[in-house]
Design a protein around this ligand. Sequence first.
Ligand SMILES: [Zn+2]
Length: 524
Amino acid sequence: MSLEPCPRVIIGGTLIDGTGRAPIKDSVIVVKDEWIIAVGRRDQVEIPPGAEMIDASEKTVLPGLIDAHVHFVGLGVRMIQNINLRETKTISEALEKVKTRISEVEKGVWILGRGWDDSKWEDRRYVTKYDLDPISPDNPVMLTRVCGHLVSINSKALEIAGITKDTPDPKGGEIDRTPEGEPTGVLKDASQLIRKHVPGVTDEMYVEGLKRASEYALSLGCTSIQEAGIGAPQMKAYQTALEMGYLKVRAYLMWTERNIEAMEALGLRTGFGNNMLRLGSAKMLVDGSIGARTAAFFEPYEDEPTNKGIVMIPEGELIKRVKAVHRMGSQVAIHAIGDYAIETTINAIEEAIRDSPRKDHRHRIEHCEVLTSTQIERIKQLGIVPSVQPNFAGEWSDPGGLYETRIGKKRLRQNNPYRYLLDEGIKLSFGSDGMPFNPIYGIWSAVNHWIRASRITLEEAVRGFTLDAAYASYEEDMKGSVEVGKLADITILEQDLTEIPSDEIRDVSVHMTLVGGKIMYYNE
Ligand SMILES: [Zn+2]
């Protein structure tokens, strides 16, 4: 008797292999240990004797999905800690949830909520202290908007943070006020004023959060994530979670760029690690979000004609900081959403490359949403990787929706222009930013882009969440496609995506998820 583990064969499914090639019907994939050892049509592949068979007929077989931008540990912690306000339809529905939580805890305990989106609320406005105070006289409350850039707090929280009429706006942010100057409880890119008063997350909560987030990821067919910017406590938690067997997906960890001196001192750079846990790029933020009107544009907001957004790092300083990361041999990942922020980001990357030429830098622009045609051309020339979130286009670029309201019709058409980017030969890396964390929904959003001219094919959308997401982390040689020699990270969907109308893609659920040849999720 042999002790060799027997090979696994996934048979009969429609394979969309991640490379962008046409789907293969009635496919066969042979997996041995953690690797893919054969792929093809049923008549092309020899099935090894004694193999364990997985029937995928009438299903879709994909490379394990990769979310190239998600705040994964934060997502896990929030699953433990926060009220989820994502699906609420009105302010009063959100307030009900807050009320319920308050009834469950002691006086004085912080009430945290997250995920509300005024553009999805019938009320179409931010929640303020005037809404919150009547239900929360004794507990401080902080509700974070879906974008993470705006928080609403109650009077108790304002009191704890010592925010009054006389408090000046912090650098790069704003305390929203009534005409009389009274704070309304809405803080725009100013949550640092309040966050330091919220009890911190413990090391155990981070580790537990990674466990919860891993299980959730596998249920969504996601086998790799790229963590979009963390510091020491979260880094430690990743290692601990891996050692404890809690981290079940592969992770690429972007580190907050302000830690550059420590990284340089230790000689650490992008790529350090192994197939499960790898050090990623230096993450920095140049602007905010369109929803909070803090993304930086050349022209003012359509619905606030005196406001062009907020620039968090002025161009001169950005150039200096990008050069420093580039010189140490690491990758930068720069959050830039408005056309102005994107322009300064491209300038900074261009300067850094000119300063010390390096092939294959793969510097990334995170979100990279509203682009001019000149910027698309420069992104191509410089080899920059746009790390975009198709679900943003899906959620907010509908006719009359949030983006049209904020930036008007002309710039709406320039948002997330995937077709143009791909036609230029640019590699597009797809992520979710956790809004919502669900690559299948992202694929649906890209294929059914509200701006027709920006739509891409199903195979291209899959490639964004697989091979090109792997490219963004320098891992395309080992994963991101179902090809011989790659890690056997494989996702099987309940239905054949090529046989259903494209608007139904978002309703398709995950049947099975394999990581390194092991079945990690199975939906009976
Ligand atoms: Zn993000």
